[in-house]
Write a protein that binds this ligand. Sequence first.
Ligand SMILES: Cc1ncc(COP(=O)(O)O)c(C=O)c1O
Length: 395
Amino acid sequence: MNAEETKNLFTQYSLNTYKRVGPVFVKGKGSFLWDSAGKKYLDLFPGWGVSILGHCHPGVVRAIKEQAKKLIHLPNNLFQEEQALLAEKIVKSTFPSKVFFANSGAEAIESAIKLTRLYGKETGRFEIITMKNSFHGRTFGALSATGQAKYKEPFQPILPGFKEAEFNNFESFKAQVTSKTVAVMLELIQGEGGVNIASKEYVKNLNDFCKANKMLLIIDEVQTGMARTNKLFCYQNYDIIPDAFVISKGLGAGVPTSAFVVKDEHANLFQPGLHASTFGGSPLVTKVSLEVFKIIEEEKILENTKSMGDYLLDNLNKLKKKFSFIKEARGLGLMTALELDVDSFPIFTKAMEEGLIINSTHGTVLRIMPALNVKKRELDKGLRILKSILNTVKS
Ligand SMILES: Cc1ncc(COP(=O)(O)O)c(C=O)c1O
């Protein structure tokens, strides 16, 4: 089948929910992808932040193959070793807690929303404060938590019980608190919202306020987690222990999975029958996640994230100095962005034509989130291509 025929099948048979661009991709390895015509692309945004070890890491491929031969799926009312070991790994890497496995970021967020309902029952509290510009997913609860009207408006009425505060603005948060407030849900670095970083003071204030008022602090680590932001989890960059957090994207490095982690003191709120997932935590995906943790340690991924992240941000700042239409370069670890005062979408499509994959979000933001094992020469190549495109931008 040629590329045109594949695209025609999409037009004819797939629901039109994505603005798809570019060629048809057929193969990936590390930070590179190949299209059906054999052209090679440098992928500095692999899998929307999912493919943290690049495409088809040999360890991930091996784990999939070996586990597929042994046991692929098992319902969650039966015991299996892989899921138990992964839960242990997550807890030992964080704080005393219990883990529930699901399949996607939004599903893990739904679990967190259900925790807040259980926790607030006794005191009659149910409202959750989330942040403007946040993104928590597309299922109804996660969508209702998302602080962006454009995603919610078409589906009104959305769920009640969600209030929005300005990100990085503690006064705005306090103004939303009522006697019904039970929790705050936060991305420490807003991803889809354009890589906006929460300040340490703001997070400390939120944390102190939650503790003082017996409110839950829930951290969405779907995008920031799994070594993306210089620590295994982004909350570890702040002086906090959340009441619960959710992980997804990098957890499976390409296989669909997610986890909801809840502090021991709240864990008993969940009892058999209150929550479940048919596919969550299957032996296949949990084996892969165990391998991902192993690779992060063995290949010193956190060190690479830090050194390559600093290098990338340094170079993005150099681009900012050179081009007046770049308003800001920002990031932590390998989660970086350029905020422009021109449309970022044409730059994203031009980059794709030139063999570089990055991301355009929020109209004027270019997001760059390479694989965490990206090499300096790959970043240099990407920066060279990006610079040549920025040279052609008319501002
Ligand atoms: C911070 C954050 N939370 C939740 C989600 C939703 O994840 P999923 O698309 O896997 O449902 C995303 C997806 O991009 C995300 O970035």
